[in-house]
Design a binder for this molecule. Structure first.
Ligand SMILES: NC(=O)c1ccc[n+]([C@@H]2O[C@H](COP(=O)([O-])OP(=O)(O)OC[C@H]3O[C@@H](n4cnc5c(N)ncnc54)[C@H](OP(=O)(O)O)[C@@H]3O)[C@@H](O)[C@H]2O)c1
Length: 344
């Protein structure tokens, strides 16, 4: 399920570095030798281990995705609710990169869970992305909202109106999108273990990927291994944990990317805490989705695709805090993650 298509072992880099002038920094050589780790989905397709996140800063996303594509990202993650599909589409078009060289993920939003709404919702996403297909289409959450043209249907008290569609029926409608060729793979996001189990028992296509909050402070070891045992690829969102400023919990902890152990391990490889957090996920066979609108960070995050020693991976396995930052249960009217770590 997990392969490194370009190997650039650190020992080789050190060797190379000793043969070059001291003016050439090790970090520059690493840039020249960026790995492009890929993982295999249960469809047989390859998913690049680093993907570019596009949640938030919608107005900055066309420039950010343009910068990301220029830097060498070939995997872009968006969603209907982010409002960033048009920006992603424009950036891809401008880049001139052939569609088949890219891996694009988008997500079905909660207002379109009724089976009759799934294909039209996908088609609207494809239109905005200006592409005939997506490589991966995810059910963003198991929770349905009321059928509506607005993304966040609310009652007169400002409360989100729940819908009635059962996520099993929504999934069956997603299965039909595979037959149309408009999706190459389908998957899920933010499901509990019991919710995934129900899908596996009651439908015929095993999700190709599960996108979930995962980082060195929320490792969910058992759940991750369980997903893998079912042939479901794990993709990490919010790979920098509470670096996303929207997350209000755990502020007293400081920032994940400044974690002492993370920073100390990274130093050995000439990497910072953010890059090391990404490498930890990749070492476990996951895809990781760093988001940034800052050109220098966009470039440096791609350098998070490097190989940590087994010993260092173990060290980082030891910094788990079971700290979950994203839980909209109250506003969505659905109790998420009931059987998972970090649930408060
Ligand atoms: N399926 C889901 O429900 C779900 C939920 C959350 C996220 N996601 C996906 O996962 C992606 C990533 O998650 P995320 O956006 O929550 O957070 P993230 O990528 O973990 O963190 C983003 C934050 O970190 C900052 N940052 C980026 N690189 C940095 C670096 N090298 N050093 C210091 N700060 C850095 C960014 O700032 P600047 O932008 O200002 O540089 C931004 O504030 C999303 O964009 C989205 O595509 C999916």
């Amino acid at each position: 399920m997990f392969s490194r298509t370009v190997k650039s072992a650190n020992s080789r880099l050190s060797q190379l570095s000793s043969q070059l002038s001291p003016q050439v920094k090790l970090s520059q050589i690493r840039t020249m030798a960026t790995q492009h780790t890929h993982c295999k989905l249960n469809t047989g397709a390859q998913i690049p281990a680093i993907g570019f996140g596009t949640w938030q800063d919608a107005d900055a996303q066309e420039a950010a995705v343009t910068e990301a594509l220029k830097a060498g990202y070939i995997h872009i993650d968006t969603a209907r609710i982010y409002g960033t599909e048009p920006a992603v589409g424009r950036a891809i078009k401008k880049s001139g990169i052939p569609r088949e060289k890219l891996f694009i993920t988008t997500k079905l939003w909660n207002n379109s869970h009724h089976p009759d709404d799934v294909m039209p919702a996908l088609e609207a996403s494809l239109k905005d992305l200006d592409t005939p297909y997506v490589d991966l289409y995810l059910m963003h959450w198991p929770s349905p909202f009321a059928r509506s043209d607005t993304l966040m249907p609310k009652d007169s008290n400002g409360k989100i109106q729940p819908g009635e569609a059962d996520y099993v029926d929504t999934w069956k409608a997603m299965e039909a999108t595979l037959k149309s060729g408009k999706t190459k793979a389908i998957g899920i996001s933010n499901f509990s273990k019991a919710e995934v189990e129900r899908l596996l028992n009651e439908t015929s296509v095993v999700p190709a990927a599960h996108q979930l909050e995962l980082h060195p402070w929320l490792q969910q070891h058992d759940f991750v291994e369980w997903n893998k045992s079912k042939d479901i690829h794990v993709t990490q969102y919010s790979p920098f944990g509470n670096q996303n400023e929207i997350y209000s919990s755990g502020q007293h902890l400081g920032k994940l990317i400044d974690d002492e152990t993370l920073v100390e391990v990274g130093k050995k490889y000439g990497k910072n805490g953010a890059q090391t957090a990404l490498a930890w996920g990749i070492a476990h066979g996951h895809s990781v989705l760093p988001k940034s609108k800052t050109p220098s960070r966009i470039r440096e995050n791609l350098e998070g695709d490097f190989t940590l020693s087994e010993e260092d991976v173990k060290k980082l396995d030891g910094i788990d805090k079971k700290m979950r930052f994203n839980d909209p249960s109250r506003s969505f009217g659905w109790e998420f993650y009931k059987d998972l770590e970090g649930k408060k």
